[in-house]
Ligand binder design. Structure first.
Ligand code: HEC
Length: 461
C-alpha cells in the first residue's frame, strides 16, 4: 500500500481555489503588517531625530488600524491555510514538515514577538521614554521581517531546491537556501513596502492637519515607490531562478493571461503614490480605499496564482506531484518514487482508501470507480465540471464523448509524461478505461451523481 490519505474534493472550484482565496487574503494582511512595521520604524526615527512628536500620533492611528484589521484577518487566515493544505495536500505538508519543522518553530517564536510587539508599540506611546520606544519599534520591525524570511525559505523550496545536494543529503539548510530563496525574499520585501504604503495612504487620508499629513505622506510615498522598484528588479531576477517546467507554464499559459494586468497594476500603483506625494491635500479616503482594494486584488491574485501554477506538476521540492504521488527517489529522506509501482499494480490495489467494493472495476461500478480515480489522480489540478474555474477537464477535453479518444490521451502523453506541466500518470488498462468512461459521461452532459446513485441502488437490491 502507498502512504496516501483520503482525497478531499471540493466540487466546482477545487481545493486549489479554496487555498488560493485564503492565501491571497493572508498575503495582503501579512505583507501589510510586515511592511508597516518598517514604516513605523522609519517614521519614529524621524520623529526622534527631528523632534517631531506629532508623527507619533499617526503611528498610533495606523497601529490601531493594523491591530483591528491585519492582525485579526492574518491570524485567522494563517491557521486557515494550515487546515486547507492539510486536507488538500497532506503529503505535500508532510514533506514540508519533515524538512522544516524547526524553521516553523522559530517562525512561531518571531510571530509571538511580533504580536506582543504591536500591542506594546501602540499602547506604550507616551508611557515609556522615547529612546526605549524607538528600540521597541525597531525590534518589532526586525521580528516581523524574520517571520517573512523564514516562511519564504519554505515557499521557495516548494518551487524546487534548484541543486542536487538536497536530494542526497535531505538537510534543512540545503532545502532552505535553495536557488530562488533570495529572489523571492527580495520580491516580497519590495511588495510589502508597497502594500504598507497603500494602507498608510488610507490612514493618512483621515489626518485632518495639512502639515502633519504632508509630513507623513512625504515619507511613506517614497518608501512605497522604492519598494515597488525593488520588487520589479527582484522579480526579474526571480524569473532567472525558475525550473524549466515553470518557464514552459509561464510562457505558454500564464504571461499571455496575466502579463498585461501585472504591468497595469504596477503603473496604477506608481501613479497613485506619486500623486499622493505631490498633492497630499487631495488624498480622499474613498479614493485611497478603492485603489488599495484594486491593487491588492488585481496585483496579489495573479502573483499567487502564477506561483502555484508554475510549480506544476509538483506541489513541493520537485518530487511530490500535485496529486500526492511521489515522483522520484529522494535518498536523503529515504523516500522512493511511486509512479512505476502504480503502473505495475494500479491505484485501486495500492491506495488504502478505496472501498472494497470498488477495488475491481465491473460493468456495474465502472462509472463510480472512474469518478473516484479521476478525483484521486486529476482533481487536485482540474475542476471536473464543465466551465469550472480550475482548468476544467471537460473543457480541456473539448467535451469529447468518445471514450477511446480520452483513453488515448491517458495511454499517450499522460503515461509517458510528455507534458512538462503534468505528472506522469501511468495506469493499468482497466483503470484507464474507468477514467475515460467517467469523463465521457460527464462530457455528455448527463447527471453523473444521479446515475451512480441509481447504480448503487440497483446493486443493493
Ligand atoms: C499536478 C497537476 C495536474 C494533474 C494531477 C493533472 N493535470 Fe492535466 N494539466 C495540468 C496543467 C497545469 C495543464 C495545462 C493546462 C492549462 O493550464 O491550461 C493540464 C492540461 C491537461 C489537458 C489539456 C492538454 C494539454 O496537454 O494541455 C488534459 C486533457 C489534461 N490535463 C488531462 C488530465 C487528466 C485526465 C488528469 C488525471 C488523470 C490530469 N490531467 C491530471 C496539470 C495537471
Amino acid at each position: 500500500m502507498l502512504g496516501m490519505y483520503p482525497t478531499f474534493y471540493v466540487p466546482g472550484i477545487g481545493t486549489a481555489w479554496v487555498m488560493g482565496i485564503i492565501g491571497v487574503i493572508h498575503v495582503v494582511a501579512s505583507h501589510t503588517s510586515v511592511g508597516a512595521s518598517f514604516l513605523f520604524a522609519l517614521l519614529e526615527t524621524r520623529a526622534y531625530r527631528e523632534n517631531k512628536p506629532e508623527l507619533m500620533a499617526f503611528i498610533k492611528r495606523y497601529g490601531a488600524f493594523l491591530l483591528v484589521f491585519s492582525y485579526i484577518i492574518g491570524s485567522i487566515t494563517g491557521p486557515g491555510i494550515w487546515y486547507a493544505i492539510t486536507v488538500a495536500s497532506p503529503r505535500g505538508v508532510s514533506g514540508l514538515i519533515h524538512n522544516f519543522v524547526w524553521v516553523w518553530a522559530s517562525e512561531w517564536v518571531y510571530f509571538t514577538v511580533e504580536v506582543i510587539g504591536v500591542y506594546a508599540l501602540v499602547y506604550l506611546i507616551g508611557k515609556v521614554d522615547r529612546r526605549t520606544h524607538l528600540m521597541l519599534t525597531w525590534s518589532f520591525a526586525l521580528a516581523s521581517w524574520a517571520t517573512m524570511l523564514l516562511i519564504v525559505g519554505v515557499l521557495s523550496f516548494m518551487m524546487w531546491p534548484g541543486h542536487d545536494a538536497w536530494y542526497r543529503t535531505g538537510s534543512a539548510s540545503d532545502a532552505f537556501f535553495n536557488v530562488n530563496f533570495f529572489a523571492q525574499l527580495g520580491t516580497r520585501t519590495g511588495g510589502m513596502l508597497v502594500m504598507a504604503a497603500l494602507v498608510g495612504l488610507m490612514v493618512a487620508s483621515r489626518v485632518k492637519d495639512p502639515l502633519q499629513r504632508r509630513g507623513v505622506v512625504g515619507l511613506i510615498a517614497p518608501v512605497g515607490l522604492a519598494g515597488g522598484a525593488l520588487a520589479v528588479v527582484m522579480f526579474l531576477y526571480y524569473l532567472q531562478t525558475l525550473p524549466p517546467n515553470a518557464l514552459v507554464m509561464l510562457d505558454a499559459h500564464l504571461l499571455p493571461v496575466y502579463g498585461k494586468s501585472m504591468v497595469a497594476v504596477f503603473a496604477v500603483a506608481t501613479l497613485w503614490l506619486v500623486f499622493a506625494w505631490v498633492c497630499p491635500q487631495r488624498l480622499y479616503t474613498s479614493l485611497a480605499v478603492a485603489l488599495f482594494v484594486f491593487i491588492a486584488v488585481a496585483g496579489v491574485w495573479p502573483e499567487e496564482r502564477m506561483r502555484e501554477s508554475m510549480r506544476k506538476p509538483y506541489v513541493a521540492g520537485q518530487y511530490i506531484y500535485g496529486n500526492q504521488i511521489i515522483a522520484r527517489d529522494v535518498p536523503g529522506k529515504g523516500v522512493t518514487g511511486e509512479v512505476d509501482r502504480i503502473a505495475a499494480h494500479g491505484l485501486l490495489a495500492l491506495h488504502p482508501f478505496i472501498p472494497d467494493r470498488l477495488r475491481k472495476p465491473t460493468d456495474a461500478n465502472r462509472l463510480e470507480v472512474g469518478r473516484l480515480l479521476t478525483r484521486i489522480a486529476c482533481a487536485n489540478c482540474h475542476s471536473l465540471e464543465p466551465g469550472g474555474p480550475l482548468r476544467s477537464l471537460p473543457d480541456k477535453l473539448h467535451e469529447a464523448t468518445d471514450e477511446d479518444l480520452i483513453a488515448a490521451f491517458l495511454r499517450g502523453p499522460l503515461r509517458h509524461g510528455t507534458q512538462p506541466y503534468m505528472p506522469r500518470i501511468d495506469l493499468p488498462e482497466d483503470e484507464i478505461e474507468a477514467i475515460a468512461h467517467y469523463l465521457a459521461v460527464v462530457d455528455s452532459g448527463q447527471n453523473v451523481e444521479r446515475l451512480i446513485a441509481a447504480q448503487q441502488h440497483g446493486e443493493g437490491q
